[in-house]
Write a protein that binds this ligand. Structure first.
Ligand code: COA
Length: 706
């Protein structure tokens, strides 16, 4: 966006629907703009003319002689289109449409009309259905929220207007200064990705907080979010953690990929910090807006209470904070400031007898040691060290850590005096929290943010896909509107992209099966081939470990009978004979086209219990090896690939390669909606992998035969 800067720093604002009546939204907006100290020009528009908040009101926007950067539209929905047209013709650059009553209540066509009219004149729209925008740079409060917003360094983008207004009030209570707050409402034109692009480069903003309900253009969102988190922390509250009904999905990848699992994985992949509550998000915001980058993550806990020390240690594990554990060095550093009955093992327990100066010395000892990157000081209120002594000590210590660019934070537990002291300290930006877990979480999030900045790579690996060959294999299926590929077609595709499958053939009759057994080789596996049966095991359509022709005869009859019982009338084209391969670790690998985020990949524990175990992880494609490995490590079963109980390590590289190949396939062929290999059997290192079963679904209007 060329001039989005002027949205946050406009030279002139017109309020269309500026009401003469105090208390009306159109009046409040004019009042808030003036009260906040905005120095640009403000033009109220009202057909009755007169004055609004002491300013001359224009009857029409085209009567204003000056150019207008932004308009706030506050007329009832039925009048909005004409107002938008008038603004667009006037050359307004941005229109903040406060008015409700559009797509959020099903009035979609009217909303589209607004965008169409605005685009035709190069005007951009925020909203409709928003509370407005505040920008500290311009001292502009063009909202109908609270009048007094404290300027600061946290920018908030919110989809929920009411929650946004409430957050303005809450930030004041929590002493969080805002650099900007903007509601995106129905996002008919400008969305959070556009705003992120601006906030990334805006000096004043140190942390971005986003409240999101739904994402429209996921691919663009991923791009902007990745860009933003390279520069500053982005904290996201995404509501709607509950699972989406995925009943319609015919692949495991589809049914396991509840909307929230995907969002969660993608936020992590993009380096964003996901908060579950506003309280959590606000405490991370306050800390991350001021804390310096840690030179090393080696952390010490200093405490005057053993119990809180243990709690903090547990929390450190949860938030992946490494505790400095060189016991010799710890003893050298802390023995001079720790009583003999205390502990110099991390957490450093300077005991309940510690006074403010002793506490301060211990923290300085940590500050003066280069191998210690960060310190967390825990305080339990005692008679020897009352809250009044703490206040000054924390303020001074915090300043010394700040001067040296070293992260520190404090958790203090005690009575009323202490709570008051905490409130005063927080107003001075001293990072002190009334709860151990809250404090440790903040440090954990600081580390998480800088860690992803240091180690995340957004390059990706691809493999070349012979699209012509794939088109030829799928031609018949596409021509007949089939929504899935047959076993034979899927096998052909695996061969084209270079994924190994066991030797196999399809027998149309028992006689043919008996004839072909020796070509495939014993022991062998038999699987039903039917356009009506997708989940073969569920239908009893699979028989394993068959060692001679008698067993093949029995299995043939059993499969036919079970499948007919499972799905009477199912069309059965024959039975596939596969050579039975060596045992290995069974994984599942999938790739699919998510309606919001585009192509995504899945990895997890494979076999017939995938949906029971639900041990899977996701990432947005394309990916590089590092990110694929992270996705794999996120599953509980990953250690199986490393080899457990003396087993040899498995061919992790083979899994990586397979994920890259099927990721490239889904990205290159847009009519493939889902591809899933289950199980992908992983052998010992360098022995490769083998895809035992492959399912490929096509994006057609056809009905899934599951
Ligand atoms: N151009 C400019 N002003 C016009 C106008 C026009 N074409 N037509 C009417 N007006 C004036 C009206 O005369 C009135 O001024 P007045 O009070 O001095 O007479 C003013 O615009 C407002 O119009 P009114 O009909 O009184 O509407 P309202 O103030 O009751 O409601 C909205 C307007 C936009 C606030 C309301 O329709 C709405 O959408 N409310 C919900 C807003 C919301 O919650 N947004 C989401 C937040 S998260």
């Amino acid at each position: 966006m060329d001039h989005i800067n002027c949205l946050f720093n406009p030279c002139s604002i017109a309020v269309v629907g500026a009401s003469h009546t105090e208390g009306k939204i159109g009046h409040t907006i004019v009042k808030n703009i003036l009260d906040c100290g905005y120095t640009g020009s403000v033009f109220p528009i009202n057909p009755a003319g007169g004055e609004v908040c002491g300013l001359q009101a224009f009857k029409n926007i085209d009567e204003i002689p000056d150019p207008i950067d932004i308009a706030c539209t506050v007329v009832p929905a039925r009048l909005v289109h004409d107002a938008v047209l008038a603004c667009a013709e006037k050359g307004v650059k941005y229109n903040l449409i406060i008015t409700s009553g559009f797509s959020e209540i099903g009035n979609i066509e009217e909303e589209k009309k607004l965008v169409h009219t605005a685009r035709a004149h190069g005007m951009r729209i925020i909203g409709p259905n928003i509370f407005g925008l505040y920008s500290a740079d311009a001292s502009m409060n063009a909202t109908f929220g609270p009048a007094n917003i404290t300027p600061g360094s946290v920018a908030i983008i919110t989809q929920s207007g009411a929650l946004g207004l409430a957050m303005i009030g809450k930030t004041a209570v929590e002493n969080i200064g805002l650099s900007a707050i903007v509601s995106v409402g129905n996002k008919c034109d400008i969305d959070e990705s556009d705003l992120l692009e601006y906030l990334i480069q805006q000096q004043r903003t140190k942390v971005i907080l986003m409240y999101i309900e739904g994402i429209k253009n996921g691919v663009r969102f991923i791009h902007s979010l990745k860009k933003a988190t390279r520069v500053k922390p982005v904290i996201v509250i995404k509501s709607g953690r509950s699972a989406r009904g995925a009943a319609a999905a015919a692949s495991h990848t589809g049914s396991l990929a509840g909307a929230d699992e995907i969002v969660d994985a993608i936020l992590k992949q993009c380096g964003a910090l996901r908060a579950d509550s506003i309280a959590e998000a606000f405490s991370w915001c306050t800390y991350l807006a001021h804390a310096p980058e840690p030179a090393t993550e080696q952390t010490v806990i200093i405490t005057n209470g053993g119990g809180v020390g243990v709690m903090a240690t547990d929390a450190c594990e949860r938030y992946e904070i490494p505790l400095y554990n060189d016991s010799e060095a710890l003893n050298d550093i802390f023995a001079p400031v720790t009583p003999s009955f205390g502990s110099t093992k991390n957490p450093i327990d300077i005991t309940g007898g510690a006074t403010a100066p002793e506490y301060s010395q211990a923290l300085d000892a940590a500050l003066n040691h280069n191998k210690i990157g960060a310190a967390m000081a825990l305080y339990c209120e005692t008679a020897i060290f009352p809250a009044r002594d703490l206040e000054q000590m924390l303020e001074e210590t915090s300043r010394r850590f700040d001067e040296r660019g070293r992260p520190v934070l404090f958790a203090a537990v005690g009575g009323e005096d202490l709570e008051d002291a905490i409130a005063r300290l927080r107003r001075k930006n001293v990072p002190v929290f009334p709860d151990v877990d809250q404090a440790v979480a903040c440090m954990g999030k600081l580390f998480e943010h800088y860690r992803q900045r240091r180690y995340r790579s957004d390059t990706f690996e691809d493999s070349v896909i012979d699209t012509k060959a794939i088109d030829a294999v799928t031609a018949e299926a596409r021509a007949t509107g089939r929504s899935f590929l047959s076993a034979g077609e899927s096998r052909a595709i695996m061969q084209i992209i270079g994924i190994r499958m066991p030797a196999s053939c399809i027998a149309r009759s028992l006689d043919e099966a008996l004839e072909r057994c020796s070509d495939v080789g014993y022991p062998l596996v038999m699987k039903v081939v039917s356009p009506d049966i997708i989940h073969k095991s569920d239908a009893g359509g699979v028989a394993l470990d068959l060692n001679n022709s008698d067993e093949v005869i029995d299995a043939w009859q059993a499969i036919m009978q079970r499948c007919q019982e499972h799905l009477p009338g199912a069309r059965i084209d024959g039975i596939e004979l596969n050579s039975m391969i060596e045992p290995g670790v069974e994984t599942i690998i999938g790739a699919r086209r998510d309606p919001v985020f585009g192509p995504i990949a899945m990895f997890g524990q494979g076999g017939i219990y995938v949906e029971v175990m639900k041990d899977v992880s996701f990432r947005a494609l394309p990916l590089n090896r590092l990110e694929i490995l992270r996705m794999m490590k996120q599953t509980r079963s990953y250690p199986l690939l490393l080899g457990v109980r003396g087993e040899a390590k498995k061919d992790i590289e083979g899994v990586l390669e397979t994920i890259i190949k099927i990721g490239a396939l889904v990205r290159a062929i847009d009519y493939i909606s889902d591809i899933e290999i289950n199980p992908l059997v992983v052998f010992e290192e360098n022995a490769g992998v083998n895809a035992l079963d492959v399912r490929i679904l096509l994006a057609t209007q056809g009905k899934d035969p599951s």
